[in-house]
Design a protein around this ligand. Structure first.
Ligand SMILES: [Ca+2]
Ligand SMILES: [Ca+2]
Ligand SMILES: [Ca+2]
Ligand SMILES: [Zn+2]
Length: 348
């Protein structure tokens, strides 16, 4: 079935106008119709990252806790025209409060339940657009290039998660509402990407750690890309994940985790989030060595070849081989060096 994308409809509309103008009047001024699609207010990744203000607090979800300058108005792309937050790459449902109305989306603030719905839509779409921009879904195989179901619900625990069974992402409301931080949104989307690439991925402790690491890495990558794309400030360390969600459970400077830790393989503690910091540091080093675009094309493409219960060594060697195949020896050497610096045994 053909997709009738907003872009396609717009192109059609412009063409129609052009024909009518030409035929209708020689005195037409040629003023093009200005098409403004649905827009919404979102956080520029998160309010701590964009402001650098480490003293911001949740204040029980108060609107006043965050200045208006932390918000940006953005276009909501790839909507399906249903009138809700549903589109080509994401469909948002909420169990808390009424569904967001597109007509009101530029006026929601963080106290409104609808704000998190809008954040979830915008940031999942942004993440898939980023992957599309890397070539996944065209030159390279698609990486979760389908409608991602997202649910916002009232979880007491501060814990968002990706449910394997329904392939649904859920965002909770513990502490800072989870979907108020784009890095939490994209982290969870990272799990969905992994699971789409390799169904059931993450059944061994090391595979689980790789899953957490990739979520953190993708969160940083997509946030950096968006900040550059829209001209948003970045006033915290690039390597800090979830600067805003973590204000309720970390010391300043607030980070849920970092992707530039000095952990090596010997520092494993058997907990996937903690051990993920070993892997994410390697990914961060690959990014530094090869640049974001080349690094991310290699990293995501390699993941198609990971076993669901992969070890660090096997996944590292697959990533080296992918770099070799896509970009040749010098790229492969850089990738190998990044994993060897983490002292992962068996990287060849
Ligand atoms: Ca909120
Ligand atoms: Ca939270
Ligand atoms: Ca951050
Ligand atoms: Zn996770």
């Amino acid at each position: 079935m053909a997709h009738r994308t907003p872009r396609g409809l717009l192109a059609g509309a412009i063409a129609t106008v052009a024909v009518l103008t030409t035929g209708a009047s020689a005195s037409a001024t040629g003023t093009a119709p200005v098409a403004v699609g649905p827009q919404a207010r979102v956080f520029m990744v998160n309010p701590v990252q964009s402001s650098g203000d480490q003293t911001l607090t949740d204040a029980k979800d108060s609107a006043d806790a965050i200045p208006a300058t932390a918000y940006a108005t953005v276009a909501l792309r790839n909507l399906d025209g249903s009138g809700g937050l549903s589109g080509r790459w994401v469909s948002v449902r909420s169990d808390t409060g009424a569904s967001a109305r597109l007509a009101d989306a530029t006026s929601y603030n963080r106290h409104d339940d609808q704000f998190e719905q809008v954040m979830a839509y915008f940031w999942v779409n942004e993440a898939q657009e980023y992957l599309q921009g890397l070539g996944f879904g065209s030159e390279l195989p698609g990486a979760n290039d389908r409608v991602q179901p997202v649910r916002i619900n009232q979880w007491g625990a501060d814990n968002s998660f990706f449910t394997d069974k329904k392939a649904e992402i859920r965002f909770g409301k513990g502490g800072v509402d989870d979907a108020e931080d784009a890095e939490v949104v994209v982290h969870e989307y990272g799990h969905a990407v992994h699971n789409a690439q390799v169904p059931g991925f993450g059944t061994s402790p090391e595979a689980g750690s790789i899953g957490e690491a990739f979520g953190d890495y993708l969160a940083v990558a997509v946030g950096q890309h968006a900040a550059a794309r829209y001209g948003w400030p970045v006033k915290t360390d690039v390597a800090c994940v979830a600067d805003w969600d973590s204000v309720t459970y970390s010391d300043a400077p607030h980070c849920l985790r970092r992707i530039d830790s000095d952990k090596t393989y010997a520092d494993r503690v058997g907990e996937v989030h903690a051990d993920g910091e070993i892997w994410s540091r390697a990914l961060f080093d690959i990014r530094t060595a090869l640049g974001p675009r080349v690094a991310d094309r290699i990293i995501v493409n390699a993941q198609f070849g990971f076993a669901p219960d992969t070890s660090f060594a096997a996944a590292a060697n697959t990533t080296v081989a992918t770099a070799q195949k896509m970009y040749g020896k010098s790229a492969a050497d850089a990738v190998r060096a990044a994993f060897q610096a983490r002292q992962i045994p068996g990287v060849s």
